[in-house]
Design a protein around this ligand. Structure first.
Ligand SMILES: Cc1ncc(COP(=O)(O)O)c(C=O)c1O
Length: 488
């Protein structure tokens, strides 16, 4: 029976709140695990149990509150417990949980595709260059796998059988499944599985903090890197190169590194010149994180394919998407007629409904508009908080996607000894101080270098940004001082 009166609604709201509180208490009572059968990421670590979330905060089973300054891995763009999203999920579940995409389409999937295509900026290009079709999957790695396979199938259907070679960049991350890991230039994550990864040519990342030479301008640096890419294309053989992959703003591996001016324009020109498919990976930096809904918007170039994930479902559902140009879709539609790929949960209606609700909230509450200003405030606060630290080499980023690179010596940019695992120590210390951040080691080459990545919810308040800077500075200073780098 549906309850329609306002009074009944308020009553049921109160009893639902009581029920939720009761369930949380019960869960908390149960949630002290002396023995675990869960295969954790790190078998030697003890993890607190996350029980509830609320805006920018997560709460564990002991009632400790953590300010979530990274959204896990840049996932929770709307913060935790956004009721509009859970309501959309519930409504979709009540209507339809699942219908296999080899039999049916669904309204949530159609709506999501329409919304993404309508909002994707268009910068012109060859006929059919506009992003026009959306293939919906459940994770960033799956979106990359789909991109790799679609690129190859398109080449075959164009009669370019010899195009088998992919070029990507060192110190990039495109996912952990074997195809996505082969494309990734993250040396540390590739190390154990090298024998299983198909060969990919990796060129230099666009990483000004360490790549820019003394006296070199940013645009000369961009030109140098584009020249290196062209030389690699010529070495491999221009008619053998299938695709070039790049993150518009490099996330996990380098720590929020945007390209220098002119770099992506140069890359686009090379791809046009040699008939190479340009695949931009916005799994981490997309969906408003950098101050525009799509990160490529700030590079003013048109990708042929684009991957998005994390902020798309904002943690409420696992969802990712591969967006492709009309020309690419038409190649398949007018050729064999079918993309030789698919998985059980492609276009899952509940995940799509959640993503549509995320886009709705972002639009209704105009969440992307203030991201650039909030990002500037966060960077200013961080720079101020670190002004006495001699261990912070660089504070960089775009919008609410910020990286802090740590050094043992600011002048020479010498990294810390990797054996100290400064990044891991900072993560631990920050958690003790009630802050969640996303530190990573191997920033420079997979072994050396440490950075901390921040990606707070787009809904974060100024007061919370201040608290992030304060707690992170405390964590970094305590750890780096104990490693021998003085705070003035
Ligand atoms: C740029 C980028 N691409 C792909 C992936 C893989 O996404 P997932 O972990 O959802 O498979 C990630 C994950 O961090 C990423 O940052």
């Amino acid at each position: 029976m549906r309850v329609s009166s306002k009074k009944a609604g308020a009553r049921s709201g109160r009893s639902r709140a009581r029920l939720v509180a009761y369930r949380i208490k019960k869960a908390a009572d149960r949630a002290i695990f002396s023995v675990t059968h869960l295969f954790h990421r790190d078998s030697l670590s003890d993890y607190p149990v996350a029980l509830t979330g609320d805006g920018a905060w997560l709460v564990d089973q002991q009632g400790r509150r953590y300010l979530d300054a990274c959204g896990g891995a840049a996932v929770s763009g709307l913060g935790h417990a956004a009721s509009a999203i859970s309501q959309a999920i519930r409504e979709q579940l009540d209507r339809l949980a699942y219908a296999h995409t080899s039999f049916f389409s669904s309204f949530p999937a159609e709506t999501l595709a329409e919304r993404l295509v309508a909002q994707a900026p268009y910068f012109g290009g060859l006929p059919g260059a506009r992003l026009d079709r959306v293939f919906i999957v459940s994770s960033g790695s799956e979106a990359i796998e789909a991109a790799i396979k679609l690129a190859r199938q398109v080449a075959l259907e164009r009669g370019h059988h010899q195009r088998t070679q992919i070029i990507a960049r060192r110190q990039s991350y495109h996912g952990n499944t074997l195809g996505a890991l082969a494309v990734s230039g993250n040396a540390a994550r590739r190390k154990l599985f090298g024998e299983f990864l198909f060969p990919v040519q990796h060129v230099s990342p666009c990483y000004a903090y360490r790549g820019l030479q003394p006296g070199e301008t940013a645009s000369a640096y961009s030109e140098r890197l584009v020249k290196e890419l062209e030389e690699t294309i010529l070495e491999v053989g221009p008619d053998r190169v299938l695709a070039f992959f790049a993150e518009p703003v490099v996330g996990a591996t380098l720590g929020a590194v945007a390209a220098t001016e002119g770099y992506f324009q140069g890359v686009r020109q090379l791809c046009d010149r040699y008939g190479i498919i340009l695949i931009l990976d916005e799994v981490m930096c997309g969906m408003g994180r950098t101050g525009t809904l799509f990160a490529y918007e700030q590079e003013h170039i048109q990708p042929d394919m684009l991957t998005i994930a994390k902020g798309l479902g904002a943690g409420y559902q696992p969802i990712a998407a591969l967006m492709v140009s009309k020309e690419i879709h038409d190649t398949i539609a007018k050729g064999s007629g079918a993309f030789q790929h698919g998985q059980t949960y492609v276009g899952h209606p509940v995940a799509c409904a959640a993503a549509v609700a995320v886009l709705d909230v972002m639009q209704r509450e105009q969440l992307v508009v203030p991201v650039a200003a909030k990002g500037t405030l966060l960077m200013d606060l961080l720079k101020k908080a670190f002004s006495n630290s001699r261990a912070v080499g660089d504070v960089r980023g775009r919008g609410l996607f910020v990286g802090i690179e740590l050094v043992a010596d600011q002048e020479s940019k010498t990294p810390f000894n990797p054996q100290l695992r400064i990044h891991a120590q900072i993560k631990k210390k920050a958690m003790e101080l009630g802050l969640l951040c996303y530190p990573m080691g191997g920033t420079i080459d997979g072994s050396f270098g440490d950075h901390v990545l921040l990606a707070p919810p787009l809904t974060i308040s100024d007061a919370e940004l201040e608290l992030i800077a304060e707690r992170l500075a405390a964590a970094i200073c305590q750890v780096t001082e104990s490693a021998g780098v003085r705070t003035l």
